[in-house]
Design a protein around this ligand. Structure first.
Ligand code: SF4
Length: 336
């Protein structure tokens, strides 16, 4: 199985150049088992290296407050591409180094699936860990008569063809030219976002398992039914709690204030709730009928079944109070 490569040379150079005395290293959940190895590799480059142990799911969550609290000179953010540049933060996105043979094998599985579905044009996407493989896949598909498009995306996107769980702009920009989206990578988190964000088939090529599968047919209708049921329920709510996170790339104070105004215009009550990590257990006994989440949209789209209080996204709230129509449903994105 291919190994995930964490190249820390850039981080070492960055710490030396900055003459950093105190640094914070942010490691994504999937890589925490490598924590001590990572810190050992940074030895000699900075006097005090702290590992941030709070969960980190994206580059939308930079430890800016921790920097101030610990008087840190630098942050090494591992595992994600840049969302916001910051002079004291270096991003070390990891990637899988897939061999030519592995890519060839995956492309041949993909070609069979495309042939079966009579698809000859696709949007080619991945998360940042696999995006270096996309140009090679594009070339191979082209040799077999398949047109593939690798979008550039908005300013929150670090590499071509990259998707975030909350940003599918690389697919949106090529939608008119394609019949389907092909996600190259492991896991379902990112491809499920494609299912919510597009109306065309979503094919997942998993190079770690060697599998190819279409996932939108069985998931899209069921997902939309759930969202519409939640909106219908929210339309009966009288008291709303609007959640604003303080996380660096998820903070949406202005959006929350506008939502509050809109809710109150309709004779309902709205309360502003501020927090860092948005978790269900912190909401016990809050006494509202419905929560509106302005932080990561996936908290609602993937996890609302596990919340005791009804929780919806901002666009869904506007539909529920009658300021938008059902046809206007979208998975809320952050401003670009
Ligand atoms: S907001 Fe959510 S989906 Fe978007 S990058 Fe952050 S963790 Fe991922």
């Amino acid at each position: 199985m291919p190994e995930l490569i964490v190249d820390l040379e850039g981080a070492k150079k960055f710490l030396r150049e900055k003459q950093a005395k105190t640094a914070i290293v942010q490691i994504p959940e999937g890589l925490k088992t490598k924590t001590t190895q990572i810190i050992d590799q940074l030895k000699g480059t900075c006097e005090n290296v702290f590992v941030k142990m709070d969960p980190c799911f994206g580059a939308c969550d930079l430890p800016l407050n921790d920097m101030k609290a610990l008087n840190a000179d630098a942050v090494i953010h591992i595992g994600h591409g840049v969302i916001h540049s910051h002079k004291n933060i270096i991003y070390i996105p990891c990637h899988y180094d897939l061999g030519e043979k592995e890519i060839e094998k995956n492309v041949s599985g993909l070609l069979k699936e495309l042939e079966k579905r009579k698809i000859n044009s696709v949007a080619l996407v991945s998360n940042v860990q696999y995006s270096n493989a996309l140009p090679g896949i594009k070339e191979k598909l082209f040799r077999h008569g398949i047109k593939s498009f690798i979008g550039k995306g908005t300013s929150r996107i670090a590499t071509q063809g990259q998707v975030l769980g909350c940003n599918y702009s690389v697919v949106e920009e090529v939608q008119p030219a394609v019949q389907a989206s092909v996600y190259f990578g492991d896991g379902y988190f990112h491809p499920m976002g494609l299912v919510f964000s597009t109306k065309k088939p979503v094919i997942v090529v998993n190079p770690l398992h060697g599998t190819v599968e279409e996932i939108s047919e069985k998931n899209r209708d069921r997902f939309m039914r759930k969202r519409f049921a939640a909106i219908a329920k929210a339309s009966q709510a009288k008291k709303f709690g609007i959640i604003v996170t303080v996380k660096s790339g998820q903070r949406q104070k202005e959006k929350a204030l506008k939502l509050k105004e809109a809710i109150e215009r309709h004779g309902k009550q709205a309360y502003l709730l501020e927090m860092d990590l948005v978790v269900e257990s912190y909401m016990t006994g809050i006494g509202v009928d419905c929560l509106v989440n302005t932080a990561c949209n996936r908290i609602v789209l993937d996890d609302s079944d596990n919340w005791k209080t009804l929780i919806i996204n901002p666009t869904e709230c506007l539909i529920a109070i009658g300021e938008k129509t059902w046809e206007e449903w979208v998975p809320d994105e952050f401003p670009h």
